[in-house]
Design a protein around this ligand. Structure first.
Ligand code: GLC
Length: 613
């Protein structure tokens, strides 16, 4: 659902300051969580199960692959225009002897997941429980009767996992008045839709909430707001109030069709499919994700994500106060594809050792993308014992891990997977903690370094972090102040043109950085300037020194060979040396003087200690 489009934004310095203040001071720990959702927030990781009649098609119908680029095999009934009778014949392909929902629960448990959400009724309208409301259900077509919701609920109870049920309320391809996107062309009336609602949705929900013990959450699936759909807000409120009455502890996600902003009684926000978090939120939220693309089992969908990338999805979300629900699409015989179970078990093994940094952990107060080596989570593990968990995605080649912005001195540092907690050497200077890592990363996937404190570590805001390379990359995004008006380009031509600001006037940025080693620092500037002769000026001030240079023409480069696609060239220019006499926090400012007819496109300043004279 994420739209990767270039965007241009005009900002004034006051707005920038305001936004940075909000960004830096408000969204720290997870404060806006109601009691009902506490278990969910603590759990952080769950299993999604897409399983139904569609699983038996394996993404292919009468020799033809699913008709849609997104590979969502559970849509095959709609996409490939299947007739209901033929769809039901798929029941013959199921191997009921070998289908055992307890196996899914055991897999979830071994994978370190704390809850399981099953597609009780997906868009095809087919119920996986013994429903008295409609005979379009599994009990009707099995001998002896099966009730998958019941079997799963029992297995969850037995193994201590929470049970979630996916229920497609908006879309239902079976009921004549349920929503089916062809109704955009052949409409139904609001009254007809309400008939579906009252005779299928409400009574089925009542069954699910009455007959299967405690339900941890109902996972609704409408990815647009109710105002854009045939559903009325009243219908949604009626449904929610049924849940609140029958199971007051059951969570409801925002895909009910009501955003959390519109109704603060919604328990958590569900992002788009496979959409990971990008910013801290102080209320509960979740990303549903797949190991390849399809949710339901699809024979031809084999672009499997690596275990590391799945783990990074989980860690990244937790570092932003989020939750991750990873999908399995079992086959018609109930078995989970090896490529999925293997990855889940690998993540499970990692969690077995490192789970402390995930469960009950939350976002830390530093800005989300401050460090180029990975992600941070935080937890108070016992009264007066506070830990930061540094998830090192990029193991530094020189074994030095710099953490910028924490002013409190850590009491110890160790590798989380090290049972002996052998202390790692570290050095603390004002706002910089430098940790000496083992030369090789200890864990195959992602290693976690623990920093332990006797209080919640305090931070200094607005600092640019030292990179793994030991330098500082100063950009418009990590400046603490900005003056002047620019157009901002974050994403252009598939990322071939780097993020930059287009300056047509006088413009200033200011950064703060902590210099731990005094001395000479070289400053490079990356920009593009399409003038024919040198013009405008770029001035950099830091400590007592200043550097100045006119923009030099950078010409064009080729975006893609043989495509007649010539794009502005961004190149690095040596501005000279800044001298920092002693260790401490310094402010660096940059001024750009450009003109409307001769704009400059600024990308970054790179500041790095000169080791050789
Ligand atoms: C979408 C799809 C659906 C899938 C769901 C999972 O809404 O319509 O097939 O179940 O996303 O997040």
């Amino acid at each position: 659902m994420s739209q990767l489009k270039p965007f241009i934004e005009l900002r004034r310095s006051i707005l920038f300051l305001l936004l940075s203040l909000i960004g830096f001071t408000q969204l720290h720990g997870q404060s806006q969580t109601n009691e009902r959702a506490r278990w969910f927030v603590d759990a952080r990781y769950g299993m999604f199960i897409h399983w139904g009649l569609y699983s038996a098609t394996e993404g292919i119908w009468k020799g033809e692959p699913l008709r849609n680029a997104n590979n969502y095999a559970e849509w095959i009934y709609y996409r490939n225009r299947i007739e209901k009778d033929e769809y039901l014949e798929l029941m013959d392909r199921f191997d009921w002897e070998s289908i055992d929902p307890e196996e899914w629960v055991l897999l979830a448990k071994r994978a370190g997941m704390k809850y399981v959400t099953l597609t009780a009724k997906h868009h095809d309208g087919f119920a996986l429980w013994d429903s008295q409301v409609s005979d379009y259900d599994i009990a009707e077509y099995t001998q002896p009767k099966r009730d998958i919701v019941k079997e799963l609920a029992e297995a969850c109870q037995k193994h201590g996992l929470k049970l979630g049920l996916y229920y497609s309320h908006w879309v239902d391809w079976e009921h004549p008045y349920g929503w089916d996107h062809t109704k955009e062309i052949y409409p139904i009336t609001a009254e007809q839709y309400d008939q579906y609602w009252q005779e299928k949705v409400m009574p089925q929900m009542r069954e699910l909430l009455s007959n299967y013990g405690p339900i941890g959450m109902i996972w609704f699936d409408m990815w647009i707001n109710h105002s854009e759909s045939i559903i009325s807000k009243e219908q949604l409120l009626q449904l929610k109030s049924l849940i609140r009455t029958l199971q007051p502890d059951c969570l409801v996600n925002s895909r009910l069709g009501l955003s959390m902003e519109e109704d603060s009684d919604i328990d958590y926000r569900t992002l788009g499919d496979n959409q990971l978090g990008t910013q801290k939120l102080d209320y509960p939220w979740q990303s549903p994700g797949t190991v390849a693309h399809s949710w339901g089992f699809h024979q031809l969908d084999t672009e499997w994500k690596s275990t590391t990338s799945l783990l990074q999805a989980l860690i990244g979300n937790v570092s932003l106060n989020g939750n991750y629900m990873l999908n399995i699409g079992p086959k018609a015989n109930g078995k989970v594809p090896y490529e999925i179970s293997q990855r889940l078990l690998e993540v499970g093994q990692w969690l077995e050792v490192n789970g402390e940094s995930i469960y009950k952990a939350e976002a830390f107060d530093l800005p989300e993308n401050q460090h180029d080596w990975g992600k941070i989570t935080y937890k108070e593990i016992a009264h007066g014992i506070h830990r930061l968990y540094l998830h090192v995605y990029n193991w530094p080649y020189n074994s030095q891990l710099p953490l910028t912005g924490v002013t409190t001195q850590a009491q110890k540092a160790f590798v989380l997977s090290d049972k002996l907690q052998m202390p790692l050497k570290m050095k603390h200077q004002e706002v910089l903690t430098s940790i000496e890592l083992p030369a090789e990363q200890p864990d195959n996937l992602i290693s976690v370094i623990v920093l332990e404190y006797d209080q919640k570590p305090e931070i200094q805001e607005n600092l640019v972090a030292k990179t793994v390379d030991g330098g500082f990359s100063l950009k418009a995004e990590n400046a603490f102040a900005e003056e002047g008006q620019v157009s901002r380009f974050d994403y252009e031509r598939g990322g071939t043109i780097p993020p930059h600001v287009l300056v047509e006037d006088t413009y200033q940025l200011r950064w703060k950085l902590f210099i731990d080693e005094p001395g000479n620092y070289r400053v490079d500037a990356s920009y593009s300037f399409q003038g024919k002769k040198s013009a405008g000026r770029l001035k950099v001030l830091g400590a007592e020194s200043s550097l100045e240079q006119p923009f030099a023409p950078t010409g064009l480069t080729v975006g893609e060979p043989n495509s007649d696609w010539h794009i502005p060239n961004f190149s690095s220019h040596d501005l000279g040396i800044l001298y920092f006499p002693r260790a401490g926090v310094y402010e660096i400012s940059m001024q750009v003087e450009a003109r409307k007819k001769l704009p400059a496109q600024f990308q970054w300043l790179w500041v790095r200690k000169v080791n050789r004279n």
